[in-house]
Design a binder for this molecule. Structure first.
Ligand SMILES: *Cc1c(COP(=O)(O)O)cnc(C)c1O
Length: 462
């Protein structure tokens, strides 16, 4: 399997190179040159497998340049860190199937991809004799999942910028209590946007980037999408076993379009997904795209589901590539237009094509709390606010003909304030958060200045 850029200037590169490149060198996103097509017999065989074996089979369709035993070992180690024996169990509540993706070390679905990516980076760097300094800005979830993905790994250091005092208490503690020598938490005196801007400027200094072998872990890396394709197969297999139904709906709380795009790939591989339901919070650029063909950015509104407070869904470019019939010139010109005007619009014909696959709705703060409250009353099960948006969307849009699988993207204990407001009680804390407040911490507070961060990097990078 070879990889190509959505924008057409990078072609025919192997998986390993695609992983190390991250963002394609022409500014596009990397995709496999073809999507493997599975037969019903293949699907039946996959449905029998435990999670790590399934991950190995699914990933093997896309990876030809890593020996099978090595890949298998990486996958096994990645999911050994999950506390549930099923890795991503499916539970049946209130007529819905909840795919719990939060049993990894930081209690959010990003662990599924980043535990694997950390091992993959370590393997590729050992093989090439190179090293890497990862730098990223976080508003909470991605930073902690990335830190846990690479903590203690050889030939990698990670520098994560978070806005000082502006991430949730649990998120801050999850990051700063990791005291491995290769992990650097930088609390910047500014906002998340300041952090992102600093990282962007640092990556823009190509000489500095090269000199310090800087790398990124954001959701544009193909390996992250690939690791997420796996649990669509897994959940489908579990629900088919329980219900006998072949076709299913998935409902996915969405920010950057990464998670739901993995579902789209699974569907294109032949997994019988009837529809993918896309849930946004009040930051509804993606539901406007699906419903009205209007993809236009606005201001970011803070909500109860902060990991979805996004107004520019970086992974959408991957889907647009397919919507434009794999015409990279058309895609590149659309992306240019978007970066100049902040706006793209789509024809009725295109909207109809999008709606063949995706349905969407936006769920506001009040509806999010009401969903957590009602679901808790009805079932005793506590949803996190991100998951709640997907539950509401799944219930409203599914029509009842097929089983609906809702992706639970975070453990409720990560967002105790919203949960308490909805149910009157703090969510139960899983073991990984026990005694978090008492643990040793490591974090430096620094100015929100690109030069300050650069000199910190120059001093501490590998
Ligand atoms: C990142 C995140 C999302 C959004 O995922 P995308 O891949 O950006 O669509 C949803 N829920 C939680 C808890 C997250 O951390």
């Amino acid at each position: 399997m070879k990889y190509q850029s959505t924008r057409g200037q990078v072609k025919n590169i192997p998986f390993k190179q695609a992983v190390m490149m991250g963002l394609a060198e022409d500014g596009g996103l990397l995709l496999p040159e073809t999507i493997p097509q599975l037969t019903p017999g293949d699907l039946d065989a996959l449905a029998m497998l435990a999670y790590p074996e399934l991950a190995f089979q699914v990933m093997s369709y896309f990876i030809e340049d890593i020996p099978a035993a090595k890949l298998k070992d990486m996958i096994d180690r990645s999911y050994a860190s999950f506390t549930n024996p099923d890795i991503t169990p499916v539970v049946h509540k209130d007529g819905l199937y909840i795919l719990e993706l939060f049993h990894g070390p930081t209690l959010a679905f990003k662990d599924v991809a980043l535990q694997f990516l950390g091992n993959l980076f370590e393997y590729l760097l050992a093989e090439s004799g190179e090293h890497m300094n990862i730098i990223g800005a976080t508003s909470g979830d991605t930073g902690s999942a990335a830190i846990y993905g690479v903590r203690g790994k050889k030939n990698i250091k990670i520098f994560i910028l978070h806005p000082h005092k502006k991430v949730s208490a649990v998120q801050e503690l999850q990051m700063t209590t990791v005291t491995d020598a290769n992990v650097f938490n930088l609390a910047i005196e500014g906002t998340f946007d300041d952090g992102q801007q600093i990282v962007k400027e640092i990556f823009g200094d190509l000489e500095f980037k090269k000199q310090h072998a800087l790398g990124a872990v954001n959701s544009i890396n193909w390996a992250r999408v690939l690791a997420q394709v796996v649990y669509y197969f897994y959940a489908w297999g579990q629900v088919r076993k329980q219900t006998g139904a072949d076709k299913v709906y998935f409902s996915v709380p969405t920010g950057n379009f990464g998670d739901i795009f993995a579902g789209y790939i699974a569907k294109r591989m032949g997994l019988p997904i009837e529809k993918l339901v896309l849930a946004t919070n009040a930051n509804n650029i993606l539901s406007r795209f699906v419903n009205d063909g209007d993809y236009s950015t606005g201001d970011v509104h803070p909500t109860f589901s902060p990991s979805m407070d996004i107004q520019n869904a970086s992974n959408l470019e991957r889907y647009l590539f397919y919507l434009f019939n794999e015409n990279s010139e058309r895609l590149a010109s659309a992306m240019r237009q978007f970066s100049e005007t902040g706006q793209l619009s789509f024809t009725d014909e295109q909207i109809a094509e999008i709606n063949e696959i995706f349905l969407a709705t936006s769920v506001n703060n009040d509806q999010t709390l009401a969903t957590i409250r009602d679901f808790h009353k009805a079932t005793g099960y506590v949803l996190d606010p991100h998951t709640a948006t997907g539950i509401k969307a799944g219930k409203d849009l599914s029509g009842g003909e097929y089983p609906v699988i809702c992706l639970a993207t975070a453990h409720p204990a990560k967002f105790p304030d919203a949960v308490n407001q909805a149910t009157g009680k703090d969510p139960e804390r899983p073991a990984s958060l026990e005694g978090l407040e008492e643990r040793e911490r490591r974090c430096e507070t620094i100015d929100a200045s690109t030069d300050t961060v650069k000199s910190y990097l120059a001093e501490n990078a590998l």
